[in-house]
Design a protein around this ligand. Structure first.
Ligand SMILES: Cc1cc2nc3c(=O)[nH]c(=O)nc-3n(C[C@H](O)[C@H](O)[C@H](O)COP(=O)(O)O)c2cc1C
Length: 327
């Protein structure tokens, strides 16, 4: 029987399939179901930096007031509750399952919210994932300023917690390899998740309204993370997890061959249900058996850029040859 064990962020996973942060990881029933179906680890639904800040300011305001208005309390109760519920969810998830539970925060600044990382650690999370995503639309802000913000967040969060840290990035960087290399230099993060999938706006031409683009990925969207994990996995010391467009066992195998330690899945769980997890695991086991592999370490990274015969294939971005064959 193939052994699917792996490590990610220094955590032991029984297999490399992680439930990505999404609506299916924000309640204990679904977390239990994911665990019962054999998931290797779970990233909880993200809290937003703004939610944490709102909570902190609310607490300060309440302490200053002798008689806080009942109206304000009722108005704000649900948001305050969200923070407490999040810490409770971490505690419940740890009690309910034996698999690693990774908390997640969507953040854009290194403001006072960072002290919340301590509370996450105290609640019992095994690691923390930071989804640092901004859309720089202000033409006066340079790319290095945007990037520096990310490093400031990491510095500040690291000063608050000893938890293993993962950074979830999108691929909208002029020099992604530079960012990924710098993340290795300061040794503050244990893993990088490539690539986050962002909300995209679309236009409904009948209703003449702005609507949401596709919320769910398609099974062809995995190739950008595959490329970058293949390029970078031998060059840095932290772990990579691949996300976006991973819908089946074959794609998981490809990401492992490129050098990923684990993958994160979301859309396929929404579309096919939690039962897809044992199917994906079965596909990986069958493939390993057919190739004579007993352990993931026997093949992980064997198709990374450093280890393939034609490494330039990972760096090719122009379609010229492909087009000339079609035309
Ligand atoms: C409904 C939904 C909610 C999501 N919420 C979050 C979130 O709160 N935080 C986060 O980092 N990613 C969130 N994501 C992104 C996923 O974690 C994942 O990175 C992305 O969907 C790509 O994986 P997939 O192709 O398997 O869906 C969400 C995705 C979906 C579909």
């Amino acid at each position: 029987m193939a052994d699917l064990q792996t490590t990610f962020l220094g955590l032991n996973l029984k297999n490399p399939i992680i439930a990505a942060s999404c609506g299916l990881t924000n309640n204990i029933e679904s977390i239990k179901k994911l665990s019962d179906n054999g998931i290797g680890a779970i990233v909880l639904k993200s809290l937003f930096e703004e939610q944490i800040l709102y909570h902190a300011h609310q607490k300060i305001a309440e302490n200053k007031m002798d008689y806080p208005e009942a109206y304000d309390y009722i108005k704000n109760y649900s948001r305050i509750n969200e923070i407490e519920q999040y810490l409770l969810l971490i505690q419940q998830a740890k009690k309910t399952t034996a698999i690693p539970i990774i908390a997640s925060i969507n953040c854009i600044s290194a403001s006072e919210w960072v002290s919340f990382a301590k509370e996450i650690e105290q609640a019992g999370a095994d690691a923390l994932e930071l989804n640092i995503m901004t859309l720089p639309t202000n033409g006066k802000i340079s790319s290095s300023e945007v990037e520096q913000k990310m490093f400031d967040i990491i510095d500040k969060v690291r000063s608050q917690t000893k938890l293993p840290l993962a950074i979830k990035l999108n691929n909208h960087y002029t020099s992604l390899s530079n960012i990924l290399t710098k993340l290795d230099w300061n040794k503050l993060v244990q893993g990088v998740v490539l690539f986050n999938r962002q909300y995209t706006p679309d236009i409904d031409i009948d209703k003449m309204k702005i609507v949401a683009g596709n919320v769910f990925s398609s099974p062809t969207e995995y190739t950008e993370s595959l490329r970058w994990i293949a390029i970078m996995s031998n060059k840095v010391n932290y772990d990579f997890a691949a996300t976006t467009g991973i819908w089946d066992g074959k794609t998981v195998i490809k990401q492992l061959l490129a050098g990923a330690k684990a993958v994160q899945i979301s859309s396929v769980l929404y579309k096919k249900g939690h039962e897809v997890i044992p199917q994906i695991i079965g596909e990986i086991e069958n493939w390993m058996q057919s190739k004579g592999y007993q352990k993931i370490s026997q093949f992980r990274g064997s198709m990374s850029m450093q280890n393939v015969e034609s490494p330039a294939a990972f760096e090719r971005i122009q379609f010229m040859r492909y087009f000339s064959q079609i035309e």
